[in-house]
Design a protein around this ligand. Structure first.
Ligand code: PRP
Ligand code: URA
Length: 209
């Protein structure tokens, strides 16, 4: 079974409260989401291996450490995942970026794929799949399946807010994929929205409603 990591650092909790507030407009929402994603990346990358190199300081030569040439790709689930990927890429600018376009059919709540462009060497990369919301788990489960069908093996899922129902669905379908979240909320409502959640992440990020 996969591990669910709740990254509840005080800075993340504080910013998440501002993100949840309905009065927070798209500009602040975007900035806060990016900041929280950066803070989460700090924990998500904690197990990255290091290697020793030699550098020369103004004083002397010394052995020091750098991340061991790990190949990484960040994969936002469109649209709302874009708001998180920016924050991660800022910290890891050499990461490749793939995109998967999925929307949730409002009637069936089933995911519909409309776009997929991923790095070709997926199998060799550590893959960070990002989306602020894990609700029914349908979108994330489908995206992980697309990635695996295209050769991806080492996948971590990063969400801002998850519903217990969504976590259970992803864990059942993909027990090899660890999940990193800032908060696990109470439940889903009858429309598949997370309660208390933050509303529709894509609409709040892009101001489309
Ligand atoms: C939202 C969210 C997830 C999905 C989660 O996207 O960003 O991708 O819903 O729901 P699920 O776990 O029940 O599948 P949405 O379908 O609203 O698309 P958008 O980002 O384009 O607005
Ligand atoms: N998608 C969202 O954007 N918000 C939810 O609460 C559930 C799915």
């Amino acid at each position: 079974m996969s591990i669910v990591h709740v990254i509840d650092h005080p800075l993340i909790q504080h910013k998440l409260s501002l993100i949840r507030d309905y009065r927070t407009g798209p500009k602040e929402f975007r900035e806060l989401l990016e900041e929280v994603a950066s803070l989460m990346a700090y924990e998500v990358t904690r197990d990255f291996p290091l290697e020793e190199i030699e550098v020369e300081t103004p004083i002397t030569k010394t052995k020091t450490k750098v991340i061991a040439g790990k190949k990484l790709a960040v994969i936002p689930i469109l649209r709302a995942g874009l708001g998180m990927s920016e924050g991660i890429i800022k910290l890891i600018p050499t990461a490749k970026v793939g995109h998967i376009g999925v929307y949730r059919d409002p009637q069936t709540l089933k995911p519909v794929e409309y776009y997929c462009k991923l790095p070709t060497d997926l199998a060799e990369r550590e893959l960070l799949l990002v989306d602020p919301m894990l609700a029914t788990g349908g979108s994330a489960t489908a995206c992980i399946s697309f990635i695996k069908e295209r050769g991806g093996r080492h996948i971590k899922l990063i969400n801002l807010i998850a519903a217990p129902e969504g976590i259970a669905v992803v864990q059942k379908a993909h027990p090899d994929v660890d999940i990193f979240v800032a908060a696990i909320d109470e439940r889903l409502n009858d429309h598949g929205y997370i309660v208390p959640g933050l509303g529709d992440a894509g609409d709040r990020l892009f101001g489309t409603k």
